[in-house]
Design a protein around this ligand. Structure first.
Ligand code: 1PR
Length: 557
């Protein structure tokens, strides 16, 4: 008897488990079909792809017991895919859903916006007089991450519309944010990743007597035409580059143009010069950034290219510990590729990613292996092989779980340059950084933390990984990293304009104004910084205040 969680074997269910533990809630996992009989409340934290989820449920013999559980009238709470499976079908596959809500899930239109819809957005009640006590509030932001959505269309589909409790607008599309009827509650966003707002929502559902959870009233069907502007916010990401220092202790480090060792100076002892810079412990810093209002965190294992990440238990332990304290999305990067353990056991990139997801990561970030995959696709005449890390992970977990981290470096050329990259040349702008004026360059991709340059431009890589199925680009700049000169706006604009997936601008932030500049000039969805946050030179809240004053929509905490 009691609360059960449903895991079909692919999603990151750990985040929800961590949230429930934080709320002091006891629960058990559905491990066998018979367990459904014991459940008096059920949460399905579905993360991943619709088809994989339904196949996973079927393979474990869970699909029919789930249908019977919901039909029995006991309380059900579905999150993301856990809500989408209630519908008849999804464009994200050819398999049928449970068909409880008489409508289909379709893909977002990316003509006017980046897809996936990844970030914090507001929700709106359809019936202002009957706002529920479900712990959801207007003028509050919740974390969404999905490429497919149920549109809200009361005119053409009134039967489906009576399930709809709140809606959200992204671009000019109005879609279902939460459903509620009888014993069923579902949300498209992730309460377990929506900071304090998400904790409140889960707490409200969990604290209700089970009898009340099972009797939600239907909602009025009111039309909600799109407004000129949506409630989507720009994200501020705090990034921690993690590596072992010289005494094999995992620390957060920070380089200048990717060099993370202390330079010799009179202020340093002889032994400190040349040591790996130590800016703190990763778990403690992650907890600090969550408390300070970061919208998202990234932990990059920057020396993972040297060894097998599945043997890197300390890094997995860091992710596990951070995930128990951080209730916003967590991206883990470094070493996501096919590897071979020291004992000769081959490990696929999918296995490596799976280990990180189970430890509590929400997205994995692929660096070097993404470059190699695009190179192979190019050598193959533009045909994807189907077995690359990006493709296999996106297939199992959905493209929104796959970030590609690009490490480009400028290649300066003469003004008369007429080589193959002439279409991508950038010229130092008047009013820009003084040393760059009058120069011309293109952006070359690197692997192994900038150690090796490849014959691929940043634009080619960005477009290639989008084709392979990446859901987001984390765009670094080796030239700007750690300099505090501001983001490389030329690079960011070039990449932003060449893909339709979200782009996170990274490297070079030196003050709050740099964030205003990057959002206003390039239209990126998120901006990341490391050094200024680690050294407490600029607070995350200071960045958000500057953005709000400049009219950029951000999440307030
Ligand atoms: O190739 O899949 O194993 O992934 C390795 C990952 O580690 C990649 O994401 C790569 O960017 C990262 N990485 C490797 N070496 C370094 C290094 O610094 N020596 N760090 C490194 C990348 C860049 C950002 C940094 C921003 C903002 N660091 O993470 O946080 O530049 O810094 P700033 O605000 O201080 O300017 P794989």
């Amino acid at each position: 008897m009691g609360l059960f969680l449903l895991d079909y074997g692919a999603g990151n269910v750990q985040s929800l488990a961590n949230t429930l533990k934080r709320l002091g809630c006891d629960f058990r996992w559905i491990a066998a079909p018979e367990d459904f009989d014991e459940a008096t409340s059920l949460i399905f934290p579905g993360v991943g792809a619709f088809q994989t989820a339904v196949e996973g449920l079927t393979a474990r013999g869970f699909l029919e017991p789930l249908r019977a559980y919901i039909a029995s009238g006991r309380p059900y709470f579905g999150i993301c895919i856990g809500m989408q499976v209630l519908f008849q079908s999804s464009a994200e596959g050819s398999i049928a859903g449970l068909g409880i809500i008489p409508s289909a899930i379709d893909s977002f239109d990316n003509a006017d916006k980046s897809v996936p819809h990844m970030g914090w957005n507001s929700v709106e009640f359809l019936d202002p007089d009957h706002q529920s006590n479900e712990g959801i509030y207007e003028n509050t932001h919740y974390y969404f991450v999905h490429s497919y959505r149920a549109s809200y269309d009361p005119e053409h589909n009134p039967d489906a519309a009576q399930w709809v409790h709140t809606v959200t607008q992204y671009g000019q599309e109005v879609f279902v944010a939460t459903v509620r009827k009888g014993n069923v509650f579902g949300c498209q966003f992730h309460p377990e990743k929506s900071g304090e707002a998400g904790l409140k929502l889960l707490e409200a559902w969990l604290r209700k007597p089970e009898s009340e959870r099972a009797h939600a009233p239907p909602t009025l069907r009111i039309t909600r035409p799109p407004r000129p502007k949506d409630g989507f916010t720009k994200r501020i990401v705090a990034c921690m580059d993690v590596r072992a220092n010289d005494v094999e202790d995992l620390v957060v480090t920070k380089g200048d143009q990717y060099d993370v060792r202390e330079k010799s100076s009179t202020a340093l002892t002889v032994s400190a010069a040349g040591a790996v810079r130590n800016l703190g412990k990763p778990v403690a810093l992650a907890a600090r950034y969550f408390a300070e209002g970061a919208d998202e965190l990234a932990l990059l294992n920057i020396t993972a290219f040297r060894h097998s990440p599945l043997h890197d238990q300390p890094m997995l332990a860091v992710v596990r510990a951070a995930a128990t304290m951080v209730f916003v999305p967590l991206t883990i990067g470094g070493g996501i590729r096919d590897t071979v353990d020291p004992d000769g056991t081959p490990r696929s990139a999918l296995e490596v990613a799976g280990a990180y997801f189970r430890a509590g990561a929400d997205k994995v970030s692929i660096g070097s292996e993404a470059v190699h995959a695009v190179e192979r696709m190019r050598a193959n005449g533009g045909r994807a092989e189907g077995t690359s890390a990006i493709e296999t992970i996106a297939h199992a977990y959905g493209r929104q779980a796959v970030v590609v981290s690009i490490d480009p470096k400028r290649v300066y050329v003469s003004a008369e340059y007429d080589g193959p990259r002439r279409g991508e040349l950038v010229y130092g702008r008047e009013g820009g950084v003084e040393a760059e004026r009058g120069k011309a360059w293109w952006y070359q991709c690197t692997v192994s933390g900038g150690r090796e340059a490849r014959d691929l431009s940043a634009v080619e890589l960005a477009q290639g990984v989008e084709t392979l199925g990446a859901g987001e680009i984390l765009l670094n700049s080796i030239d700007r990293d750690g300099t505090g000169l501001g983001f490389d706006l030329d690079l960011i604009l070039l990449v932003r304009q060449s893909v339709r997936i979200p782009v996170v601008a990274s490297s070079g932030a030196g003050n709050a104004e740099h964030f205003v500049e990057v959002f206003k000039c390039t239209g990126v969805e998120a901006a990341l910084a490391a050094g200024i946050f680690h050294r407490k030179e600029v607070a995350i809240q200071e960045v958000k205040t500057a953005l709000m004053e400049a009219g950029v929509n951000v999440r307030s905490t």
